[in-house]
Design a protein around this ligand. Structure first.
Ligand code: ADP
Ligand code: MG
Length: 227
C-alpha cells in the first residue's frame, strides 16, 4: 500500500506539472522563433547576439526538461539502510569543481556514531545536489558552506546546510518548493519542488532558517532506521 501511495503521489505531481511545463517551454520557444525570424531578415547586420540568445534559450529548455525527467522517469526505487554521511560526501565530491570555480569551500562535519537511516540513496543525493547547488549559486564571491550531520533526537538524523548568501525574506520562504518559483534569470524553479517531494516521501522534514544579507540554512531531518 505504501508503495502505491508513493507512486500515486508522484503521478499527481506529474499531472499538475504538465500544464506548467507546457507554459514554461512555450516562452523560450516563442523567443527562439522570433530570433530565427530576425536572423533570416538581417543577414547583413551583426547577428552574434541572436546566436547568444538562441543558445541560452535552448539551454533553458534543456535544464527544465532534465529536472522534470528526474521526477517523471519511472525509477527502480530501492530503500536501503545506509550511512547518510557517505551519500553527502559523494555529493560534495561531485560538486567540488563547480564550487572551486566560484571560490566556495564546502566543509563537512559529521557527528560520531551516527545512526543509519532507511532511504533511497540516489534520491537523497538528488536532494543534496539541489540544495548545495543553490547554496553555491547565492555565493558568487565565494565563501564557506557548512554541512553538519548529527542526531537530532531519538527519531531523526539532521543534515544542516548553511550558506553565507543573499538570504530569503520571510514571505518568500513560503514559496520555496512551488513549481517554477525562481528568482534566477536562468533558474527552473524545480530543484526544491523535487527535493521537498523526495523528503516528504521519506517521511522527513525540511526547515529553512534565513536572514536577508546574512545567509540561509536548510535543515533536512530524516527518520532513523528502527530495528
Ligand atoms: P532554481 O535554483 O532553479 O531557481 P530552486 O527550486 O532550486 O530553483 O530554488 C527556487 C528559489 O529559491 C531560488 O530561485 C531562490 O530564489 C530560492 N533559494 C533556494 N535556495 C536558496 C538559498 N540557499 N539562498 C537564497 N535563496 C534560495
Ligand atoms: Mg536550484
Amino acid at each position: 500500500l505504501e508503495e502505491q501511495l508513493r507512486k500515486s503521489d508522484t503521478l499527481n505531481v506529474v499531472g499538475e506539472l504538465a500544464a506548467g511545463i507546457a507554459h514554461e517551454i512555450r516562452n523560450p520557444m516563442t523567443s527562439l522563433k522570433g530570433f530565427i525570424q530576425l536572423l533570416e531578415d538581417s543577414i547583413k547586420t551583426d547577428y552574434s547576439m541572436y546566436f547568444n540568445v538562441i543558445t541560452s534559450e535552448l539551454s533553458r529548455i534543456e535544464s527544465i526538461i532534465t529536472e522534470f525527467l528526474i521526477l517523471a522517469r519511472p525509477q527502480a526505487i530501492e530503500y536501503l539502510k545506509i550511512d547518510i554521511s557517505k551519500v553527502m560526501s559523494d555529493t560534495i565530491d561531485l560538486l567540488s569543481a563547480q564550487a572551486i570555480l566560484v571560490n566556495v569551500q564546502i566543509e563537512l562535519q559529521v557527528e560520531q556514531s551516527l545512526p543509519l537511516i532507511f532511504c533511497e540513496p540516489n534520491q537523497l543525493k538528488q536532494v543534496f545536489i539541489n540544495v548545495l547547488k543553490n547554496a553555491i549559486e547565492v555565493m558568487p564571491n565565494g565563501g564557506k558552506v557548512n554541512v553538519h550531520i548529527y542526531q537530532k533526537d531519538a527519531e531523526y538524523v539532521t543534515v544542516s546546510i548553511k550558506d553565507r548568501g543573499t538570504g530569503i525574506s520571510e514571505d518568500k520562504i513560503k514559496r520555496l518548493g512551488q513549481p517554477f518559483y525562481t528568482t534566477k534569470e536562468r533558474g527552473t524553479g524545480l530543484g526544491l519542488m523535487v527535493s521537498y517531494k523526495i523528503i516528504e516521501e521519506h517521511r522527513g522534514i525540511v526547515e529553512v532558517e534565513s536572514e536577508e544579507g546574512v545567509g540561509t540554512t536548510f535543515h533536512i531531518s530524516l527518520p532513523i532506521y528502527q530495528q
